[in-house]
Design a protein around this ligand. Structure first.
Ligand code: SF4
Length: 325
């Protein structure tokens, strides 16, 4: 039996799972993915995290703890520094392997290749080669696995751009998909903003996507927009936004203002440093560029479901009322 590598269903999982899955499984690793975020996982993450940690990192700790208790041999936790030239990821991602190791001590072994595309694309290949060699494979086999993984990632991104959801991709071939279908033809279009690990995590987003779809709205995400258009819109900003996620959110907000959307909802994570700035910039941009109503939902581990549902319902009602006028 091969080694069991755990993958926490949190943070960068929501962006790169197809890449990691194909790469590691092509190299013979057996993968164990933690289950969707639950109240128990969040409580465990809150117990382990230091005060002031943002909600997504607390959720991440809860998933790591679940995998350790499940008995995996190691946990895949890349050190993401830069995933696009001249852009950076939030510093919490950079320090995540150290923070996680400090929280869990010697309970787990972490596989942490460094991803820093600003420094040198060649570094990524060397790091991935190190992961593959650690699993006992040759440079040729590792290159082949990486090429297959990169193709899977491109396929995933293009699937999302066609208006689909990650859960639909992961369930491809299954008879059921894990995303609620809208009850009928949607009569509203809502542009959603937020980090993918908030938007696509039904706990962190308080299930906003399913709720909006159940209310009869078509929901768009940043992943469904053209990356070229997002980049062009983000470049209109007078000062360069160098955080990858913030840049995508800003570009998408600007793009939504030029699209036929009825409303814009930005789901922010409590304790997120980048969101505190990006939300302010988004709010001003949308107000200046358009008359599209916007709603900012800030979620933390204490957020009550009833409060979120009331706000979403009121927002959707208001959008329909505007339509009738
Ligand atoms: S960008 Fe915000 S939510 Fe994401 S890890 Fe950094 S502080 Fe946390």
């Amino acid at each position: 039996m091969g080694t069991i590598v755990g993958i926490p269903r949190a943070l960068a999982y929501h962006d790169y799972f197809p890449l990691w899955k194909v790469f590691l499984s092509s190299l013979g690793a057996e993968l164990a993915v933690s289950p969707p975020t639950s109240r128990a996982i969040v409580n465990e993450g809150v117990r382990l995290a230091v005060d002031g940690t943002c909600l997504p990192v607390k959720i991440f700790y809860g998933h790591v703890s679940w995998l350790i208790q499940a008995g995996v041999d190691s946990i895949f936790l890349p050190r993401l520094i830069s995933v696009a030239p001249k852009e950076y990821i939030c510093p919490k991602f950079m320090g995540l392997p150290d923070m996680t190791a400090a929280a869990f001590g010697s309970q787990a072994r972490f596989i942490s290749p460094v991803v820093n595309l600003t420094r040198s694309p060649g570094l990524l290949h060397r790091e991935m080669e190190g992961v593959g060699k650690g699993l006992g494979y040759s440079a040729r086999e590792i290159r082949k696995a990486w090429d297959q993984a990169a193709a899977a990632q491109r396929d995933y991104e293009s699937f999302l751009q066609q208006g689909n959801w990650p859960a639909e991709y992961h369930c491809r071939g299954a008879t059921e998909v894990a995303v609620d279908k809208p009850p009928g033809a949607p009569d509203l279009r809502i542009g959603l903003l937020g980090h993918n690990y908030v938007v696509y995590d039904s706990f962190a987003s308080m299930d906003a996507v399913s709720r909006l779809r159940a209310m009869g709205a078509q929901v768009l995400t940043v992943d469904m927009l053209s990356p070229v258009k997002i980049e062009a819109q983000a470049a209109r900003w007078p000062k360069r936004m160098f955080w990858t996620s913030g840049r995508r959110i800003l570009g998408a907000a600007w793009e939504y203002t030029e699209m036929p959307v009825d409303g814009i909802i930005y789901i922010t994570a409590f304790g997120c440093g980048t969101d505190s700035l990006t939300a302010e910039l988004v709010e001003r941009t949308v107000r200046r560029q358009s008359r599209i109503p916007q709603l900012i939902l800030n979620i933390d581990e204490h957020t009550g479901e009833a409060g979120v549902v009331t706000r979403l319902e009121a927002f959707v009602d208001m959008l329909r009322w505007r339509r009738t006028r």
